[in-house]
Ligand binder design. Structure first.
Ligand code: NDP
Length: 511
């Protein structure tokens, strides 16, 4: 089974001219990509800066036409895109279809349509007497060159997906995908070129973490998705350059199941959203807190559903439910969490072992008798495991759910919607779902981001999801223009008294 895995992808490939891309479900090398050096990234940036002004000048309509063509291209090439994603990630065909292809297609349409609205000039009103009669406006101008650095778990959704609003806003973009999964980005770059994106506006900088660092050194803004540890390094590097950065980082998302929940629905959601994409989703359910009266029933149902999951090498539609892990070191992380939990008294109800075939495998696993000192309840596992903990009441569930350095997403299940919503509001997570999970990510109108530093700062989707790729420009236009304004030099006692009276009247009026 697993060959000796590198600790991080970056350490493994530093200094190499090219990087082998593996199918993690079979262990076969399926491609080689360039490990771009600093000079190559600088050249991509130079070309991008030359191309950007014309792209901006195309306006929303011109850019929207290219994005809508790309939406059609994605659907016309759906099978090729899904197969490429599945081959470099090891994920099931349907995982790529539901959470990547469908997201990408919707995102092209969404940002083409919403960019003109979210970035429209805004008329601003001011209470200041000094600007009475003047026209005030807020504009959103593209920031210039955006660097998007992405992880390996969703090469389309979480790497390429963030390029779409950046492009819609009129920026040029350099995308640095994970070295583990660069092929989807290269395929989509080809699609963008076929759809008429001008040369140089979008480039893929393949390579290791060093290539990512080189991207940061060239761009005007960074959109980073990845681990909390790398996010910290990226944040520091951006701070040194004084450029803005948006960080979408890790999660340890809790699910709270109240005693009055529909146990069948809750257990289906727990089983699916913990194992979907082999558990490698930043907002997957990573831990469950269940009120005592329904605990046994819930655990039995979840275990039965997880045991029924068909895991194997993806071979097209319907072939498997869950594929392999994508990033080789994940096998060791998942195994460590399960073994450590068992050494401290937890029980495995199904799964619990790494796979024996070539590739990177761990069985879908349900753990019970866990507590909050265990790594499986505190650290991001990012694998096919679901630890379930019995709680005596809702207060204990809320306290434990919030006892984490992460705060990305959370879920509450109860038949009493008012009560569940009240509980949802007490959870420290950027997004909370009631009687549902994960699916909120596909509502592009709804902002998505971390509520605690461990899960990042900034967010994607909604108006802020495109405005972050812009500089705000304030405009003041003076329409009534005397030769000299009343507050200017030379100061005289008479005018000062007049101004004093005006200020007094005005500020009384404000009370
Ligand atoms: P990493 O942090 O390891 O890597 C993310 C990206 O950063 C990769 O492209 C990586 O390159 C690159 N990189 C590594 N070192 C540097 C550096 N010094 N400077 C610039 N770039 C660098 O994350 P993973 O790829 O392991 O992704 C998994 C993580 O992503 C999980 O923690 C998950 O929760 C999180 N995630 C968060 C999401 C969210 O929306 N909040 C969504 C999806 C995932 P390379 O791969 O070549 O080393």
């Amino acid at each position: 089974m697993t060959s000796t895995a590198p600790q991080t992808a970056t350490q493994h490939n530093v200094g190499r001219a090219s990087i082998p891309v593996e199918n993690p479900a079979t262990g076969e090398v399926i491609a080689q990509v360039r490990n771009m050096a600093v000079a190559e990234v600088a050249e991509l940036a130079r070309r991008a800066r030359v191309a950007q002004p014309a792209w901006e000048a195309l306006g929303f309509d011109g850019r929207g036409r290219v994005l809508r063509r790309m939406q059609r291209w994605l659907m016309d090439n759906a099978d090729k895109v899904i197969t490429t994603i599945s081959a470099e990630t090891g994920k099931a065909y349907e995982d790529a279809q539901i959470a990547e292809l469908s997201y990408g297609a919707a995102a092209f349409e969404f940002w083409a349509k919403k960019a003109p609205r979210y970035l429209a000039d805004e008329k601003v009103r001011s209470k200041s007497i000094f600007v009475k009669g003047k026209r005030l406006m807020l504009r959103y101008r593209p920031i210039g060159l955006v660097g998007v650095i992405g992880p390996w778990n969703y090469p389309l959704t979480n790497s390429f997906g963030d390029c779409i609003p950046a492009l819609a806003a009129g920026n040029a973009v350099i995308l640095k995908p994970s070295e583990i999964t660069p092929l989807t980005s290269l395929l989509l770059a080809q699609g963008l070129a076929e759809c008429g994106l001008p040369d140089g506006v979008f480039a893929v900088a393949t390579g290791s973490g060093d290539t990512g660092a080189a991207v940061i050194d060239e761009v005007d803004m960074v959109m980073f998705t990845g681990s909390t540890a790398t996010g910290r390094k990226v944040g520091v590097r951006c701070a040194e350059r004084l450029i803005p950065v948006s960080l979408e980082l890790g999660g340890k998302d809790p699910m709270v199941v109240l005693a009055d929940a529909d146990v069948e629905r809750a257990s289906n959601h727990a089983a699916y959203y913990s194992m979907f994409n082999c558990g490698q989703t930043c907002i997957s359910i990573e831990r469950c807190y269940v009120e005592a009266p329904i605990y046994d029933d819930f655990v039995n149902r979840v275990t039965e559903k997880v045991r029924a999951i068909r895991q194997g090498v993806p071979a097209g539609p319907g072939s498997v439910d869950v594929g392999s892990l994508t990033f080789p070191p994940q096998v060791a992380t998942v195994e460590r969490h399960v073994q450590e939990a068992c050494e401290r008294g937890a029980k495995v109800l199904t799964g619990g072992q790494r796979g024996r075939d070539k590739g990177y495998w761990f069985e879908p696993t349900v753990l019970v008798d866990v507590d909050h000192d265990m790594a499986c309840m505190r650290e991001e596992t990012f694998g096919p495991t679901l630890p379930i903990m019995k709680v005596k009441d809702v207060d204990e569930a809320i306290r434990l759910a919030n006892d984490s350095e992460y705060g990305l997403s959370a879920a509450v299940f109860s038949r009493d919607l008012a009560r569940a919503t009240a509980v949802a509001k007490q959870l420290n997570a950027g997004a909370v779902t009631v009687n549902d999970a994960v699916i909120n990510y596909l509502a592009l109108e709804l902002p998505m981001g971390g509520a605690k530093p461990g899960s990042g700062s900034g967010h994607r989707h909604g108006p802020g999801g495109i405005r972050k790729y812009c500089r705000q420009q304030s405009l003041l236009i003076s329409r009534i223009n005397p030769k000299r304004d009343i507050h200017m030099h030379p100061y005289t006692a008479r005018r000062t008294r007049l101004l004093g009276r005006a200020l007094a009247i005005f500020n009384r009026g404000l009370k």
